[in-house]
Design a protein around this ligand. Structure first.
Ligand SMILES: [Zn+2]
Length: 149
């Protein structure tokens, strides 16, 4: 209803993955705005319950931009490090720097990554022996080990 369909579905999954990964940072940024703080919970709840995520997510994105993060949610994406935000669509192209949207996985065949336990977001975490397995903020459960196919 609220957003154009297919194009934004992957975008939403990637943005949700960034939010899932950096919930605390984004919460912190939004803290001064009452609406923004509530929006984080609204997006996570919507994702959890299967409600419309795109609308609150885009509002959240707009608030972040109004607070000075020119790239909104994308400003929080790691450009290096163990996290990627993979949307499983081959036609996504190379995407923004550090956003491994698709097709880059072939560089590490056979390796297992950790992903959103409910498959709700596009978050992917490369195992790091020095770090505990991160928690998905959408489901409040640890990321799940998922063999590459
Ligand atoms: Zn997640």
């Amino acid at each position: 209803m609220s957003e154009a369909p297919e194009r934004t579905r992957d975008e939403v999954a990637v943005m949700l993955a960034i939010l899932c990964t950096h919930t605390d940072q984004i919460r912190h940024t939004l803290h001064p705005t009452a609406q923004g703080a509530a929006l984080v919970e609204e997006v996570l709840r919507a994702a959890r319950t299967g409600a419309d995520v795109a609308t609150p997510l885009h509002t959240l994105d707009a608030i972040l931009q109004s607070l000075g993060d020119a790239h909104g949610v994308y400003a929080y994406a790691e450009t290096s490090g163990p996290h990627t935000y993979t949307c499983g669509v081959a036609s996504a192209g190379s995407g923004a720097r550090g956003l491994h949207l698709a097709g880059i996985d072939s560089a590490r065949p056979g390796e297992a990554d950790y992903r959103c336990p409910a498959g709700l977001c596009a978050r992917s975490w490369r195992p790091d022996p020095a770090s505990p397995v991160p928690t998905c903020h959408v489901t409040a459960q640890p990321l799940r080990r998922t063999p590459r196919t």
